[in-house]
Design a protein around this ligand. Sequence first.
Ligand code: PMP
Length: 284
Amino acid sequence: RIVHVNGQYLPEAEATVSIFDRGFLMADGVYEVTSVLGGKLIDFPGHAARLERSLAELDMTSPVTTDELLAIHRELVARNSITDGMVYLQITRGNPGDRDFAYPDPPVTPTIVLFTQSKPGLADNPAAKTGIKVVSIEDIRWGRRDIKTVQLLYPSIGKMMAKKAGADDAWMVEDGFVTEGTSNNAYIVKNGRIITRQLGTDILHGITRAAVLRFAAEAQMEIEERAFTIDEALAADEAFVTSASAFVMPVVQIDGAAVGDGRPGRVATRLREIYLDESRKAAL
Ligand code: PMP
């Protein structure tokens, strides 16, 4: 694989980052994942805009412009012959040359790393036909989940808890209400109405969420942005999640109990089709 590090394209084995990088020592950094379908970038402007917001919230500035970022994404897709897959992008506060809690003053140049992952047939994921199983776990993450930081330990632990329980993912619950999945936004459907948690600092503002809600509104579907409980989800007709890598993925089981008839629902299936069609058309 050819990867990108701080302005250079290198074979992955030659790419290095300092042990003093604050991303490594303090998870002081942000990231984005953009899907590639048919060699083109899905929802790139949304990911670039969220990256800028995450950086601004942490008093960081991007070492590259959005145009340069797009060019790097495209170059990596081309050099690695990616048809379907993703581009991972990470920007950390950089290497101050030592370990200190305070940010370096004056700031050092942020570290930027990008690499590709090839996922042939990404849009034809067979899991979309069967749906996935989730378990509910307590949400004990920090309070600024709207910033897409590289602090992913608890989502990883949640994924392991799901695996151990024979499920595919976990839905996190705070004060009795579902926040989101470990790496996706969560939805239920009741009587044709799509229900998903309102935006705030307690969830990531999914780029796929924004696109799917826009397409749902355009298709005259009813949308309610509010928190819901696991009990309400179990009484719903369907459930699903959205993310840049899973697109729209039906959820058919929660904590071992079937959602609806236990099969992918009509709304989720239709939204997946619309999302894939429309976002391919708009791909860069
Ligand atoms: N919530 C969390 C916690 C996530 O990690 C992700 C994926 N990065 C999402 C939601 C979905 O966001 P997006 O649609 O932008 O991939």
